[in-house]
Write a protein of this length. Structure first.
Length: 151
């Protein structure tokens, strides 16, 4: 494992990840900045306490979307609507309900701009299609197809 990639893997807190991301961006290494951003999502999901790999990936998607909201608002922003759904319906149920809502035009584009396109709720649903309803999988796949065709 190359030294810098190992350094990202050894980051212990989201705050360390943010500082590392800032430093490597200043040095012209957006690839390492994205890796640090992804490591922060992983650490946040671990801290929340997901009990399965799909739950962890769903939580990472929620935290990725919060990164989008925070970047858009210029300050840390929580996705209160999704957290309320998680509280009421569990992680998997919340993601299912979130994708059933009308598509947000800028959500995927903003994730793409942050290098976090693999963290879209739709991608997680398609990756774990056996955990979601057929209609949620169909909706998620249709959106992914739209993104692919628009690219």
């Amino acid at each position: 494992m190359p030294l810098m990639v190992e350094r990202v893997a050894n980051l212990k807190t989201p705050e360390e990840c943010a500082m590392f991301e800032k430093n490597v961006l200043e040095r012209g290494r957006p690839d390492l900045a994205i890796a640090a951003r992804k490591r922060a999502l992983e650490l946040r999901a671990q801290k929340y306490g997901a009990s399965t790999e799909p739950e962890r990936q769903c939580l990472e998607a929620v935290y990725a979307y919060e990164s989008v909201l925070s970047a858009r608002n210029g300050k840390a922003t929580r996705d209160l609507r999704t957290w309320q759904l998680i509280k009421r319906h569990g992680i998997i149920g919340a993601i299912e309900r979130t994708v059933a809502r009308p598509a947000e035009a800028t959500g995927h584009e903003a994730l793409l701009a942050l290098g976090l396109e693999d963290y879209a709720f739709e991608v997680v649903i398609v990756r774990h299609r056996d955990l979601f309803s057929a209609s949620a999988v169909e909706c998620a796949q249709a959106r992914i197809d739209e993104w692919t065709n628009a690219a």
